[in-house]
Each structure stands twice: as C-alpha cells, then as structure tokens.
Design a protein around this ligand. Structure first.
Ligand SMILES: Nc1ncnc2c1ncn2[C@@H]1O[C@H](COP(=O)(O)OP(=O)(O)OP(=O)(O)O)[C@@H](O)[C@H]1O
Length: 262
C-alpha cells in the first residue's frame, strides 16, 4: 500500500511578505506589508503611481532589499535575483543585437546548456508565445506586442517557479494588450507559475487575477485584497466583473485623491 505522507509544504505559501518596509533615504515607500501568495496563484498589484508596486515586485525579485521585515520565497529569505524568479518589464529589455531565438536562448546559455539544447528550449518557448517562424528576426523588426512575447518567452525559458511582471502590457495598444492578456492566461494554465503582475488597469487585473492587492499611498501599504472568483474566461461585461471594477475604481480613486492629483 502506498502511504503518502502529508506534504510539509502543502500549506506553505510560495511567497511570504512579512512586515516589509522600504525606505529610500527619509522617504517611506512601503510600510507594514504582509502578504502570502500561494503556489501557482496569479496576483495583481494595483494602485496609483508611486504606491510602491514596483518596489514590492523588486523586493520579491531580489533587486531591492526590505529596510525592515522579510520577503521569503519557499520559506527562505530572498538574498538577490535568481533564475527561479523570472522578470518581465514594460520596456522589453531585449538585446537588440540578438535574434528573437538568441534572446530567449540567453538564460539557458547562462545555465551552461549546450548550443543545441539552448536553441531547442528557445524554439519551444517562442512557439508557446505564438512566435514560431519569427526566430531569426531582430527586435528592431518586431512589433511591440511581438517584442513583449519574446520578453515573456525569455523569462519562461529559465523555467522559473515565480514570474514577476511589471506593467508588461502597459506600452501596448488596447487590442494587442487584450490579446496578450488572453495568451498569458493560456500559458499560465499550461505551465503553472506563481505570477505577480503589476498593473494600473483595474480591468486587466480583474481579467487576469485570482487575487487583487489594492495598494494605498503615502506610505505604500496594502489597502484591500480581493479574491476574484469569476470563472475564466472572464467577460468584461459580466455583471460581477462590472460590479468589482466599480468597487475597486472607487478605492483607487480615493488613493489618487489623497495625492491631490485630481
Ligand atoms: N531607487 C529609488 N530611489 C528613491 N526613491 C525611489 C526609488 N525607487 C522608487 N522610489 C520612490 O518610491 C515610491 C514608490 O515607487 P514605485 O516605483 O515602487 O511605485 P509604483 O507604484 O510602482 O509607481 P508607478 O505606478 O508609477 O510605476 C515613489 O515615491 C518613488 O519615487
């Protein structure tokens, strides 16, 4: 008889943020942030400009250290960047002198994979993001949406367990943005990761996320967390979608008003 011991990790969150704060000189960018992100969950960070979304993402990525508190991944403090945490930024950050294939093969190359394997991995991930046939193109010859697909493929080619995305679709036109949202969900359903996705768009957050963390400003902190239980694929005209959008809009507007911007 096969006896399966209860997994010690079954209830352990993938990412834990405990009392995290971040100061830049005297400026308190984040204060008292507590969040637990379950493995394979999709979390969106939402809030007005300057509330610390990127700072929080950068602390999970290991690009910035908390001034107080802890950021843990798999129960261990984050000490710096890791190939297990892939990052996608708004600006594609591709190497212009490398083809799409060689951009995606970069991570596997750093990991010391042989040339044939690097290319095989890169082809596979380019196909996953819908770019089969575009392997030999340089970033300069790709549209914004295609560049962002390459950036996603490049992050996925390291097979990270955490995918951190900082307004990845912010620079795209509305139509391309919606297509890439659908594609991202398709990829996430196929190749599960713990995703943390920063956005300014309430509709994008409701379309994508299991949980939406709405942040407060001055200092940046968690204001409210919403579990989105609308079944996928989500329709933006769904009454629950519209209701939630309105509720979150009021919350975010209150934060923007605090800043005296409107
Ligand atoms: N390296 C830094 N040095 C000094 N201040 C910083 C630094 N990084 C961020 N800040 C400040 O910390 C605060 C939070 O910035 P952050 O970029 O995290 O906000 P955000 O919510 O991501 O904003 P946006 O939506 O505009 O990208 C801002 O006031 C910003 O000016």
């Amino acid at each position: 008889m096969l006896v399966t011991a209860p997994s010690a990790t079954a209830s352990r969150p993938k990412v834990s943020i405990r009392g995290a704060a971040k100061q830049f000189g005297k400026m308190v960018a984040l204060q008292g942030v507590d969040l637990e992100l379950q493995e394979n969950s999709f979390t969106c960070l939402l809030g007005p400009s300057g509330c610390g979304k990127s700072t929080l993402l950068n602390m999970i990525a290991g690009f910035a250290e908390p001034s107080a508190g802890q950021v843990l991944v798999d129960g261990l403090p984050v000490k710096g960047p890791s190939a297990d945490r892939g990052v996608v930024f708004q600006e594609y950050a591709l190497f212009p002198w490398r083809t799409a294939l060689d951009n995606v093969a970069f991570g596997p190359m750093l990991k010391g994979r042989g040339k044939a394997e690097q290319q095989e991995i890169a082809r596979r991930y380019l196909a996953l993001v819908g770019l089969a046939g575009h392997e030999a193109k340089y970033p300069g010859n790709l549209s914004g949406g295609m560049k962002q697909r390459v950036a996603i493929a490049r992050a996925l080619a390291n097979d990270p367990s955490v995918l951190l995305m900082d307004e990845p679709f912010g620079a795209l036109d509305a139509q391309t943005r919606e297509t890439l949202q659908e594609e991202l969900l398709r990829i996430w359903e196929q190749d599960r990761k713990t995703v943390v996705f920063v956005t300014h768009s309430i509709s994008e957050a409701i379309f994508l996320a299991d949980r939406i963390v709405v942040m407060a400003t001055r200092p940046g902190a968690v204001k409210e967390v919403f579990d989105v239980e609308i079944p996928r694929p989500r329709e933006r005209s769904d009454p629950e979608f519209v209701r939630l959008e309105r509720e979150i809009k009021l919350l975010v507007r209150a934060e923007v008003q605090k800043l005296g911007v409107i």
